[in-house]
Design a protein around this ligand. Structure first.
Ligand SMILES: Nc1nc2c(ncn2[C@@H]2O[C@H](COP(=O)(O)OP(=O)(O)OP(=O)(O)O)[C@@H](O)[C@H]2O)c(=O)[nH]1
Ligand SMILES: [Mg+2]
Length: 489
C-alpha cells in the first residue's frame, strides 16, 4: 500500500526533528551519566554534593573548566524522562545541611538534568546537558544473568553458597534444598519456601558483619512492586548444568520463573536505562569490606568483575545494535575516604586499582577507558594527630552518629571525637594474602578487628550571613574531570 499523505508528512516531520536533534546535539551535546553502586555505597550523597558544588560555586581546583572560570553557570532543568522519578535534590541538600543528617535510603532509579553553560577553549559559548541517573548497583549485577540459563545460574549460585562464611548463612536453605527432587511435580508452596529461604540467605550475606557484594538476583532484596510475584518466587536447584527440565516438574517451574525475571526485570532495565548511558561511575564502599574481613574483599572483587562483565555483555550482540551501550568511560570510586586519614587516601586508591585490575582480567574486559579514585563526596571529618605514648597517630576528628560506639563508649550524636581508624597497608597485596590477611567482623568481635570505621554525621558548616554554605569534599573534582572534563574542551 502506498504511504498516505499524512504518513509522509509525519515521516518528514520526524526526519526534520531527528536532524534538528542531531544538529542540536552536535553543538550542545547531552551526556547521560550513570551513578551506581550497591546499597549504601554513597550514590545519593555523591549526586547531591556534585550538583550542589556545580550550582553553588564549590571548590573544584582539579576540574579544569570550572577552576579556569570557563563555566559561566550550571542550573537544574526539568527532568526529561516522563516515566522516571526525579532525583529529590532539594530535599537531600536540606537534610545534609540543615539537619546534618544523611539522606534516607533510595531503592529506585531516579534522574536529574543539569545544564552547564560554558565557554570552549576557542571562546565559543556552548551548553552541555548532563542527565544524571542514579540506579541501584544490584540491578547492574543482574545483567550477567541474561547470558546464563537457569541451570548454569543454579550451579554457580550453589557453588558460591558453599564457600567461606556463606556456607553457614545458607544452612537452612541448603537443608530445605536437600529435601527437593528437581524432577518432582511443580508445587507452589515448595517454590515459595525455597524463595523465602534463599532470600533469607542473601539478606544474611549482606549484613554488615559479612558485607558480601555479589548477591543476584538483585530484586530479591529490593522487590518493590514485584514483591510476591512469580517472577520473584524461584530459587536455585541442584540440577546438572547442561540438563533439560521434564515438563510439569518443579525444575521446569523454577526455570520458567527465572526466565520471567529476566523478561520482566533485567531486559527492560538494560534497554530503557543501561543502554542509554554515555558515562558511568561505580561507587564502591570498600571500607565496609575492610570492616567485615578478607572474604568480603574477595567478594567485592568478584562483584567488580561482574560489573565489568556487564559492559562487555553490552558490547556483544546481545540485543540489536540500537541498544548497544555506548559507555566510553567508567570510573570506579571508593567512597567515604574521609573515614581515613589523608595519609591513607592514596593507599585506598591503590587497593581499588588492584581490585579492579584483577577483576578486569577475570572478566577479560576490553572496552571503555577505566580509572579509579578514592573520594568523599561530603567530608564529615577533619585531620588530627593524637599522641599515644611516644607515638603520634594520624587520626580523624568528627561527630559520630548517635548510637555509634567505640571501645565501650556510646556516642550521643553531638560530641566530636578523635579516632584512629586503622592504617591501610602500603602494598595492596597484603590485604589479599589469604583468609588471615586481616581481622574483620565476620570472624572476630569488634575489639579485635583491624579496622573500625565509625559513622559520622555530616559536617558542621561555616555559614556567612544568608549564604548557603559549601560542602567540603575529597577529590570530587578529580571524578568530575575524568567524567565530563573532555566534554567541556
Ligand atoms: N563520611 C561520609 N559518609 C558518607 C559519604 N557518602 C555516604 N556516606 C554514608 O553512607 C551512607 C549511604 O549513602 P547514600 O548516598 O545514601 O548511599 P546510596 O548508595 O544512595 O544508598 P541506597 O540509596 O540505600 O542505595 C550515608 O547514610 C552515610 O552514612 C561521605 O562522603 N562521607
Ligand atoms: Mg540512594
Amino acid at each position: 500500500m502506498p504511504p498516505g499523505f499524512s504518513n509522509i508528512v509525519e515521516e518528514a516531520r520526524r526526519s526534520a526533528r531527528a536532524l534538528w536533534d542531531y544538529g542540536e546535539h552536535f553543538f550542545n551535546p547531552t551526556v547521560r551519566l550513570g551513578v551506581t553502586g550497591l546499597s549504601r555505597a554513597g550514590k545519593t550523597v555523591f549526586i547531591t554534593a556534585l550538583v550542589h558544588g556545580l550550582i553553588r560555586d564549590g571548590r573544584f581546583p582539579v576540574f579544569e573548566a570550572f577552576a579556569s572560570g570557563r563555566i559561566a553557570r550550571a542550573r537544574l532543568e526539568p527532568q526529561p524522562d516522563d516515566a522516571v522519578p526525579r532525583f529529590d535534590y532539594e530535599n537531600h541538600v536540606r537534610t545534609l545541611i540543615e539537619d546534618r543528617s544523611w539522606p534516607t535510603s533510595t531503592v529506585d532509579i531516579s534522574e536529574l538534568r543539569l545544564v552547564i553553560d560554558y565557554q570552549r577553549h576557542n571562546g565559543a559559548d556552548r551548553t552541555l546537558t548532563l542527565d544524571i541517573v542514579d540506579y541501584p548497583g544490584e540491578w547492574l549485577l543482574d545483567l550477567p544473568l541474561l547470558n546464563k540459563s537457569f541451570e548454569q545460574w543454579s550451579a554457580e549460585s550453589l557453588a558460591l553458597s558453599r564457600q567461606g562464611p556463606r556456607a553457614k548463612l545458607a544452612a537452612s536453605w541448603h537443608a530445605q534444598l536437600a529435601t527437593l527432587k528437581p524432577e518432582q511435580r511443580e508445587d507452589e508452596q515448595l517454590a515459595l519456601d525455597s524463595a523465602r529461604l534463599f532470600t533469607g540467605y542473601l539478606r544474611a550475606c549482606r549484613d554488615e558483619r559479612f558485607a558480601m557484594s555479589l548477591l543476584p538476583p538483585g530484586r530479591f532484596l529490593m522487590p518493590g512492586s514485584l514483591a510476591g510475584s512469580p517472577a520473584l518466587t524461584f530459587a536455585p536447584l541442584d540440577v546438572p548444568a547442561g540438563g533439560t527440565a521434564p515438563d510439569g516438574s518443579l525444575w521446569a517451574m523454577m526455570a520458567r520463573r527465572y526466565e520471567a525475571y529476566k523478561d520482566v526485570v533485567v531486559r527492560p532495565f538494560f534497554r530503557d536505562h543501561f543502554a542509554r548511558l554515555d558515562r558511568q561511575i561505580v561507587l564502591v564502599d570498600a571500607l565496609s569490606a575492610f570492616n567485615a574481613g578478607p572474604e568480603a574483599l574477595r567478594d567485592l572483587e568478584a562483584a567488580l568483575a561482574g560489573v565489568l562483565e556487564c559492559f562487555r555483555i553490552g558490547r556483544s550482540t546481545l540485543l540489536s545494535n540500537l541498544f548497544r551501550p555506548r559507555i566510553d568511560r567508567i570510573l570506579f570510586a571508593a567512597t567515604k575516604a574521609d573515614h581515613l586519614h589523608q595519609s591513607s587516601h592514596d593507599r585506598l586508591e591503590a587497593i581499588l586499582r588492584r581490585t579492579v585490575a584483577k577483576a578486569a582480567e577475570r572478566a577479560e574486559y576490553a572496552g571503555a577507558v577505566i580509572d579509579v579514585v578514592a573520594l568523599a563526596a561530603v567530608r564529615a571529618t577533619r585531620e588530627a594527630q593524637v599522641a599515644r605514648g611516644r607515638d603520634r597517630l594520624p587520626s580523624i576528628l568528627g561527630t559520630p552518629a548517635a548510637g555509634e560506639s567505640n571501645g565501650g563508649e556510646t556516642f550521643d550524636g553531638n560530641t566530636e571525637v578523635a579516632t584512629f581508624p586503622g592504617d591501610l597497608p602500603a602494598d595492596p597485596e597484603e590485604l589479599f594474602s589469604g583468609d588471615d590477611a586481616f581481622a574483620g567482623l565476620s570472624s572476630q568481635p569488634a575489639e579485635k578487628a583491624d579496622f573500625r570505621f565509625l559513622r559520622f554525621r555530616p559536617p558542621q558548616l561555616d555559614r556567612q550571613e544568608g549564604d548557603e554554605p559549601m560542602l567540603p569534599h575529597i577529590r570530587l573534582d578529580r571524578a568530575l574531570q575524568f567524567l565530563i572534563g573532555d566534554k567541556l574542551q
